[in-house]
Design a protein around this ligand. Structure first.
Ligand SMILES: NC(=O)c1ccc[n+]([C@@H]2O[C@H](COP(=O)([O-])OP(=O)(O)OC[C@H]3O[C@@H](n4cnc5c(N)ncnc54)[C@H](OP(=O)(O)O)[C@@H]3O)[C@@H](O)[C@H]2O)c1
Length: 268
């Protein structure tokens, strides 16, 4: 059986656990009985999430990390192994979006978004992988986006980084299938979180605006529930959202029509 029937006592490491989808996943996994490692840059926010989980202290480990600092990741992974002895699920959720036209985005910003969303994600995956291969079990969940399936206004670097994740994790999936380690790629559409508020603009500052389409998106709790369900039914790729998901199918079957329609979408 490759599917995860239960999360009871499973060791689950979530990046980007300080808000949004990561926080909601921490909450949902805690209810399922998992032991959690909560990671992101803001220790105070991770501590807030830890307190809200109402789990025994030893079942939640706050581990501050910056995905842009890949050289620190091996040591952090060793800390997780020292504490729990294994890692059953890695959730690559931490990430940052973009709100800047390509012509205005300096190359340094392209690199920063790629560094966090792509290199940070694959660095942590590569550091966890030897333990999962040794265990002969494990689940790696990567939160991509519908922007990992098609580009959109103001998101050239973000969309590029999410597309890159698909290439990496699809290759990895087939390489480690025989070792009973699974890869789930999650493509959310619009989920109501601070993703647009925290998105980076051309000068590197935050966008600081809640996009109306994000505001009216799927709740983070619902998104988390669907991710857990996908793990339990051993899915390889899932899409979460509302009518915005139609664009994926239109692009696949009618690429020219897609181009026409997507150009006319509200640019936010
Ligand atoms: N919300 C959506 O509509 C949507 C749609 C598609 C995909 N997604 C993806 O979902 C994931 C979660 O985003 P969200 O919607 O929950 O947005 P969010 O509320 O802004 O959460 C982003 C999380 O990533 C962490 N993070 C950002 N930069 C980091 C870094 N350098 N190192 C470590 N952690 C970092 C943040 O924590 P700190 O600030 O504490 O570091 C935060 O916990 C992202 O990968 C995003 O691309 C979201």
């Amino acid at each position: 059986m490759r599917a995860m029937n239960s999360f009871k006592n499973k060791v689950v490491w979530i990046t980007g656990a300080s808000s949004g989808i990561g926080e909601a996943l921490a909450m949902a996994m805690a209810k399922e009985g998992a032991k959690l490692i909560l990671s992101s840059r803001r220790t105070d926010e991770l501590e807030r999430v830890k307190t809200s989980l109402h789990l025994p202290d030893e079942d939640v480990f706050v581990l501050t990390l910056d995905l842009a600092n890949t050289s620190a990741i091996t040591t952090l992974t060793q800390k997780v192994i020292e504490k729990y002895g294994r890692i059953d699920v890695l959730v690559n959720n931490g990430g940052v979006s973009q709100r800047a036209l390509t012509k205005d985005t300096p190359l340094d910003l392209d690199r920063k978004i790629m560094e966090v969303n792509y290199f940070g994600t694959i660095a942590i995956t590569k550091s966890v992988l030897p333990y999962m291969l040794q265990q002969k079990s494990g689940n790696i969940v990567t939160i991509s986006s519908i922007a990992g399936k098609f580009g959109f206004y103001y998101r050239s670097a973000y969309s590029a980084a999410k597309h890159a994740l698909h290439g990496f994790f699809e290759s990895l999936r087939m390489e480690i299938y025989k070792d009973n380690v699974n890869v789930l790629i999650v493509c959310p559409g619009k989920v109501k979180t601070n993703i647009s508020v925290n998105a980076l603009t051309e000068d590197g500052s935050k966008h600081n605006k809640m996009d109306p389409s994000t505001e009216s998106g799927t709740s983070a709790a619902d998104c988390a529930a669907q991710i857990i369900q996908a793990l339990k039914s051993n899915q390889e790729e899932i899409f979460i959202g509302g009518k915005e998901l139609r664009a994926i199918w239109i692009k696949r079957f009618f690429p020219k029509l897609f181009s026409k329609l997507i150009r006319k979408q509200k640019q936010e």
